[in-house]
Ligand binder design. Structure first.
Ligand code: HEC
Length: 217
């Protein structure tokens, strides 16, 4: 083994090369990004007293993100709006601007996704879809979106007898002529997981500008 030093040198450079390409170059490009105001002052610094974006998401939405991960929503949905000229994301109304690396800096796990069997969800909370719409859709996508190929997530809901005191305030309105509609005297209510998931979906919104990404760019 007289070539051992050469072998080790080769291994060292292979590892060093991939480390610099994957870790070091990302750190140099994105490592120093922090939340900032949507416009910068004359010195190129965040405006004094301005609101900082992106903002951290609240507790129940974070729990909902776990459900989103566990249910594999990411296998069919992306969370990234491409810039104008790269596909038809704007024409489809998926967001008011492209997403940029700074949008994701507060997330410990970024769910960009690669497949788009369904629409991009980066700004789904900014669309006019209510919590009840999301519950109907998750319970049976055919109710809101006839012909949808999205699978139902019915096991995130419970069918229960309506209390003599009155129906639950959480009850999801399921039209009677759809399969799995509750029979008379019964109602469909979301589990805690379904509630958290919908809170997460409603929290996904691109409603702020960043210096490097203004609306309708
Ligand atoms: C097998 C692929 C697939 C999976 C898995 C999937 N979806 Fe979908 N999703 C779709 C398709 C296709 C549509 C478009 C038709 C429709 O509205 O149902 C859609 C639409 C949606 C919409 C409506 C978006 C809009 O702008 O109209 C939401 C919200 C949504 N999905 C959330 C989810 C969530 C949350 C999960 C995980 C619990 C999930 N999807 C899992 C395929 C999928």
């Amino acid at each position: 083994m007289k070539n051992l030093p050469l072998l080790f040198l080769g291994i060292f450079f292979t590892l060093a090369f991939s480390w610099s390409g994957l870790i070091l170059s990302s750190e140099i490009q994105y490592g120093k990004l922090v939340p900032t105001t949507s416009t910068l002052n004359a010195e190129g610094e965040p405006e004094e007293g301005g609101e900082l974006f992106p903002a951290a998401s609240a507790g129940i939405a974070l729990q909902g993100k776990e459900v989103y991960q566990n249910q594999g929503c990411m296998y069919c949905h992306s969370q990234q709006v491409r810039p104008k000229g790269y596909g038809a994301d704007f024409e489809r109304g998926w967001g008011p601007r492209q997403t940029v690396p700074r949008d994701y800096i507060l997330e410990d796990r970024v769910l960009l996704g690669t497949m788009r069997t369904g629409p991009d969800l980066a700004n789904v909370g900014g669309r006019a879809l209510s919590a009840d719409w999301h519950h109907q859709h998750l319970y049976n996508p055919q109710i809101t979106s006839p012909g949808s190929v999205m699978p139902p997530f019915r096991y995130l809901y419970r069918m229960q007898e309506i209390d003599p005191e009155g129906p639950s305030p959480d009850a999801v309105s399921i039209p009677a002529d759809f399969p799995y509609a509750p029979p008379p005297g019964y109602e469909v209510v979301p589990t805690d997981e379904a509630k958290a998931l919908v809170a997460y979906l409603l929290s996904l919104r691109i409603d702020y500008e960043l210096p490097e990404a203004k609306f309708s760019q």
